[in-house]
Design a protein around this ligand. Structure first.
Ligand code: GDG
Length: 724
């Protein structure tokens, strides 16, 4: 039976080695709780780094056995791995890049090599435990190469990837020298999840511009399968925070903490030490508040909890010093004998104490400069069981897309943060209740368990979609059937599209000339079958390329036909009025002038606007504009607009490849018909041909064809089989 493997950089435990012996505590983090329902059942396991360097082989063995009982498998990292892979590439290249702190990015090839190496180590550890059809869910930015490595080792596995931190704009991604490999790595997954729609949008744009993979409605069309990209905003274990907040123990603790503070209003700030969290900016705003509103002195305190993290890294050390100075500055300026404006803690707290802080805070001030989601704000809302309290939340946190009833602020706008704090301090209790209730309803429904279920369901769903395509894949059995039918046939005919079907695409369409392999293939085929090259290309190019071959040619999607018996005589499908061209050409020219790299091709019966050489995003934008413009014009002229591969073509509607194919077969009896094509102009052929024909679409798109085939390479292999 297949099992599920969770993979993350850190295992859900904290392991400490003291004087040669180790102790490990389970982690109570949100992710660990949410995924417990998965890895603790059946044969499922969690694979990751235990969080501490263990060099002693005997101790490793001991830890391995101990973790095995808890359904975990450790990947042991050396000190060098930790420095170069974790602290290095993950936290000094990807972390700053993905949080838009490009000034902190380090470009170190050795760190990159370590990142690659450790991802490989993870892959090996997984392969050792995995069955070929297992489900593997990989988490976060430390393991972005892993999905592809796993796909290669376990082609049939179901692979999910979730990124917990933001995914930035293409403009940032393109700064990373190793961007191609990173994006390709992630695309080894079947389902790729982010917290927000913006992250997903940025990812799709980067994959399209950097790796040339197009997508539609969140489905990336990869070479041999579809990949789903979607947004899955992560929730918290709502029940746990609610229950704790309601408990007698918690109420006692709140009482104990609050007594010395009197009836001061309390503002809570909790973060890991990180420049993305905007801690100094928050302190500046609090300082400004005290400067602007003297009447608040003695009546409001900021409880600032900063949890130590990465403080060996220089930029974090500097951040810590900056915070210390700011806190010291505020306290020395405003403190009185019985009031300290900032209660500052540089340490973590156990869960019950954290929960007490959430319960007693009148305001949670959560103002990161960038945050993938931010769970602290959600935990605060869940803990406000009396519904009294106000959340001030940064627009730059993923959570701001869900918690619309918070006071949303731009963390870079100091005055806006000051105003938000003042608004929160003076907000009527009924309004607090109304806002809190709406947020609680939302968070209760979309908790971390729901998040896990939805992700796993979608993973199933994308596998089903892939299976639908695969059921139409030209496999060895289908090839056998085609071969047998072909060999039996006395009068076979093959309709073969050219670009994308017999050959790949090139930057310059003129460069896609038939190579020697293709010429000899067509030549041999034409000895036993009627070969028809059916293309959108102009007749002169096709005529010149296949001048000396015994093949029929259909050019310009069916406008022109040239029979092999009479290679000099091109027949036209019908003489039609082309007075429409002038108006349309004027419009297309206007779009060429606005779009560097675009060009117009004039064919006998059509006009084509090419944008293959245009900067990708601009090309798509202009194509959409021109498409709607042309569709509008087309109605008046009774024309048809076709969207091809990096082209828009406008032509008379009664001319298409399907009609041309039927026209060519008229009066002949064929006992084998096969058509292969790669874009939607070929769909006309697939639809027009009798049902006993073999119809094949190149690429894994929805199609009227009977089958899909991976690429032009496989088409050539299939045709080669017919010769042998
Ligand atoms: C990544 C993304 C995304 C904090 N102080 C204490 C303590 N905490 C707990 C909180 C909360 C968690 O740490 C911090 O939440 P984040 O949302 O910042 O999560 P990270 O794991 O740091 O970050 C982030 C998240 O992944 C999930 O996808 O939201 O954007 O950066 O749960 O309660 N817990 C205890 N004592 C503390 O002092 N016990």
């Amino acid at each position: 039976m297949s099992k599920t493997i969770i993979v993350s950089n850190r295992l859900p435990i904290s392991l400490r080695i003291k004087k040669g012996t180790y102790e490990s505590k389970p982690s109570a983090g949100g992710l660990a709780t949410g995924l417990a329902s998965i890895y603790k059942t059946g044969e499922n396991i969690w694979i990751g780094w235990p969080g501490t360097v263990v060099d002693n082989p005997e101790q490793r063995e001991e830890i391995l056995l101990n973790l095995q009982e808890r359904k975990m498998v450790p990947v042991f990292l050396s000190q060098k791995d930790v420095e170069e892979f974790y602290e290095g590439f993950s936290n000094e290249t990807l972390w700053p890049a993905f949080h838009y702190f490009t000034q902190y990015m380090v470009y170190n090839p050795e760190h990159w090599e370590a990142y690659y190496r450790v991802n490989e180590m993870f892959c090996e550890a997984i392969v050792e435990k995995a069955n070929p059809d297992d489900t593997i869910w990989v988490h976060d930015y430390q393991l972005m190469l892993l999905p592809k490595m796993l796909r290669e080792a376990l082609p049939d596995a179901t692979i999910g990837f979730f990124q917990h931190i933001p995914f930035p704009s293409y403009e940032i991604i393109r700064m990373i020298p190793w961007r191609n490999a990173i994006l390709e790595g992630v695309c080894g997954a079947d389902l790729i999840g982010f917290h927000t729609y913006d992250d997903m949008r940025h990812f799709l744009s980067a994959v399209s511009r950097i790796n040339g993979l197009s997508s539609e409605s969140g489905y990336i069309q990869a070479e041999n399968r579809i990949i789903n990209v979607d947004s899955f905003p992560m929730g918290i274990d709502y029940g746990k925070f609610e229950k704790q907040a309601k408990s007698k123990k918690n109420q006692r603790l709140v009482q104990e903490y609050k007594t010395p503070l009197g009836d001061q209003k309390l503002i809570l700030s909790i973060d890991r030490l990180d420049y993305s969290k905007g801690i100094p900016q928050r302190l500046h705003a609090f300082n400004q508040l005290l400067e602007d509103y003297k009447e608040l002195h003695g009546k409001v305190s900021l409880i600032m909890i900063v949890v130590p993290s990465r403080d060996t890294v220089q930029s974090y050390k500097e951040l810590k010093e900056e915070i210390d100075l700011l806190v010291g500055g505020i306290n020395s300026k405003y403190s009185t004998l019985n009031w300290k404006p900032v209660q500052y803690f540089y340490r973590g707290f156990p869960f019950n104490e954290l929960s007490a802080y959430y319960s007693m805070a009148d305001i949670a001030l959560v103002t990161p400069l960038r945050d993938g989601m931010n769970l602290v704000c959600k935990e605060y809302v869940a803990s406000k069981v009396d519904k009294k309290g106000v959340l001030i939340l940064s627009e730059m946190a993923g959570a701001s897309k869900e918690l619309l009833e918070a006071i949303l602020v731009n963390p870079n706008d100091k005055q806006a943060v000051v105003d938000a704090i003042y608004e929160a301090l003076t907000m009527p209790p009924e309004e607090q209740e109304a806002r809190m209730s709406l947020m609680q309803e939302n968070l209760r429904k979309y908790d971390v368990f729901q998040w896990v279920d939805v992700f796993m369901d979608r993973l199933d769903d994308v596998k089903k979609k892939q299976a639908e395509f695969r059921s139409k894949n030209v496999d060895s059995q289908i090839i056998g059937q085609i071969e047998a039918a072909f060999k039996k046939a006395k009068n076979p005919v093959l309709f073969l599209d050219y670009d994308g079907t017999l050959t790949g695409f090139t930057g310059n369409p003129g460069d896609a000339k038939p190579d020697d392999e293709l010429r000899s293939l067509i030549c041999s085929l034409s000895k036993t079958a009627q070969v028809v090259l059916i293309s959108g290309r102009d007749k002169d190019t096709l005529g010149a390329w296949f001048e000396d071959m015994s093949v029929d040619l259909i050019a310009e999607h069916g406008v022109w036909m040239r029979k092999k018996e009479n290679p000099e005589a091109w027949e036209i499908y019908a003489e039609v009025d082309d007075s429409w061209k002038e108006d349309i050409r004027n419009i297309m020219e206007y779009y060429v002038l606005r779009t560097p790299g675009a060009l117009i091709e004039e064919k006998h019966h059509s006009l084509v606007w090419h944008y293959r050489k245009v900067d990708k995003g601009l090309g798509n934008l202009r194509m959409r504009e021109l498409l709607s413009h042309l569709k509008y014009m087309a109605r008046g002229h009774n024309l048809q607009v076709l969207e091809g591969n990096m082209v828009l073509e406008i032509k008379m509607p009664d001319i298409n490849k399907g009609r041309a194919a039927l026209n060519l077969m008229k009066g002949q009896e064929h006992d084998f018909i096969m058509a292969i094509g790669d874009d939607w102009t070929d769909e006309d052929t697939f639809k027009a041909l009798p049902k006993e024909a073999f119809t094949i679409r190149v690429g894994y798109s929805y199609t009227h064809a009977d089958y899909n085939i991976k690429s032009h390479r496989q088409v050539r292999n299939l045709l080669a089989k017919l010769i042998n």
